[in-house]
Write a protein that binds this ligand. Structure first.
Ligand code: ADP
Ligand code: MG
Length: 460
């Protein structure tokens, strides 16, 4: 169970902070023990350096999401370099501690992915298959295109470009394509690659003078599945390298599939010739699921785990979570876990209690633009200025407010928010959220203003 929770955390961290952070830091850390009584999570790091770094840079991320996964608010996070047998031993080992209840309130819903990426044997994540994907009007085109590509790779739509909001099933479909092709043709070389892993690999290839090898590796694949291609924006050298790989694969009729949160035309800082290639094949969108589709997804997820969800509870959860399927799963898991832990039947009242308690009403999920629009009524800064490198005190503070609000009301990841506001790092956004929360606590008038703007945003 601990391993499962850690895997879930890695999935969330990958969404929030990117694969690079996960590969570099979190993969080195293990989840050792969970002390439910005292609400303490014990983690183990291989050395003091990792221990301290993870603590200072990612303490909040750990606290927030592990808290969610263990179903408690703000657990204490203890990272040590030695195996902990008893709580008292914590002091003896080198330990970095993030206290319980000390920091900012949890802001976002659980990204309760139940599964993890596993690379062997076979292909990818077994739970991300075509058969576990619920088809509705919102994703029918993307689903049909994905199936066509899986059955006839390299011939029908090349490249296939899937785009849609966060948590709507893009990664799921990429894996499903890979799995299906692998089943039909076990010899096929299929590579699933989140774009930031591609970037990391490319950078280290340059550093160690292995660019040639890097290219060869990619040119050898039969199917290339590239997740979150939007994060290649403004990375010129990587785009250049990718462009050549794309051409080589395309010319030899190898299938390429992209996922993105937006259409090629809207990916900023993208070289024109690469942009045009992304749209060469079929561009298919996935939008937010209808109520019926959401209910069907809940039913299917429950079926998979052999649990029973009454119809009225399923439709309550479905109407409670607006669009993000990942959050839908998270809500379902929390309700089911709470019912089973407390030995109660799964009812609407129970679901209300569990979901309201987490304080995450997403009935007014909004986009980045609405936040900017509302902010501009209170502060004299344009989107360009917020995105700029300008560090004037006033501008910087409004930028932080924008980050805080975006994180709170859009359901997007830290990485998405940072990306939108001038390509800033997820840690900058995390820092901003903390600053604004502390300021709102210390300064009553500011806190009031913030709440007012938030209301305006969610009503817009
Ligand atoms: P994205 O990559 O678009 O952000 P994911 O593919 O990671 O979203 O999906 C988030 C979660 O929601 C995954 O656990 C996925 O299995 C699930 N999911 C999304 N859409 C569907 C669907 N139509 N049917 C079943 N599960 C879905
Ligand atoms: Mg994804």
């Amino acid at each position: 169970m601990l391993a499962g929770i850690w895997e879930e955390f890695l999935m969330i961290a990958r969404e929030e902070a990117g694969s690079r952070v996960v590969e570099t830091w979190f993969k080195a850390v293990t989840l050792q023990r969970w002390d439910a009584l005292n609400k303490v999570v014990y983690l183990q790091a291989p050395n003091h350096f990792v221990c301290d770094w993870v603590q200072t840079s990612y303490g909040l991320l750990l606290q927030e999401h592990l808290g969610r996964l263990f179903n408690v608010v703000k657990p204490k996070i203890v990272i040590t370099t030695e195996v902990q047998k008893q709580t008292e031993e914590v002091d003896k080992a080198h330990a970095a501690v993030l206290p319980a209840e000390s920091l900012s309130a949890a802001l976002e819903p659980a990204h309760a992915n139940k599964v993890s990426i596993n690379r062997s044997p076979g292909f990818g994540n077994k739970n991300y298959s075509f058969s576990s994907f619920v088809v509705g009007p919102s994703n029918a085109l993307a689903y049909a295109a994905a199936q066509a590509v899986a059955q006839n790779p390299g011939t029908v739509y090349n490249p296939l470009f899937l785009f849609g909001g966060s948590g709507l099933g893009k990664t799921h479909l990429l894996h499903a394509i890979g799995q299906e092709i692998k089943t039909n043709n076990p010899k096929a070389i299929i590579l699933y690659q989140p774009i930031d892993r591609f970037v990391t690999e490319f950078i280290s290839a340059i550093r160690f003078d292995r660019v040639h090898k890097f290219r060869e590796k990619y040119k050898a694949v039969d199917v290339l599945l590239v997740d979150d291609i939007q994060f290649i924006s403004n990375k010129e050298q990587t785009q250049e390298a990718f462009f050549h790989i794309f051409n080589a694969l395309y010319e030899t009729k190898k299938q390429i599939v992209f996922s993105s949160d937006t259409v090629p035309a809207n990916i900023e800082g993208l070289a024109e010739r690469l942009r045009s290639r992304l749209g060469w094949g079929l561009v298919a969108d996935i939008y937010a699921p209808s109520l019926e589709t959401k209910i069907a997804i809940i039913k299917k997820k429950a079926d998979y785990t052999g649990q029973e969800v009454p119809d009225d509870v399923a439709s309550f959860i479905a109407s409670y979570v607006v669009s993000n399927v990942r959050e839908l799963e998270g809500a379902l898991i929390r309700v089911m876990a709470f019912a089973s832990l407390t030995n109660q039947p799964v009812t609407i009242d129970l679901a209300k209690k569990v979901l309201m308690r987490c304080g995450e009403s997403h009935s007014h999920l909004v986009d980045f633009d609405s936040v900017i629009r509302c902010l501009s009524k209170h502060y004299p800064y344009s989107l360009e200025e917020l995105r700029s490198k300008g560090r004037g005190k006033d501008l910087a503070s409004v930028r932080q407010i924008a980050m805080f609000l975006m994180k709170k009301v859009t359901g997007k990841s830290l990485r998405d928010v940072g990306h939108f506001l001038g390509g800033r790092d997820h840690s900058t956004v995390m820092h901003a959220v903390g600053c604004i929360e502390r300021r709102a606590l210390a300064d009553h008038a500011f806190g009031e203003l913030l709440r007012r703007i938030e209301q305006e945003v969610t009503r817009s």
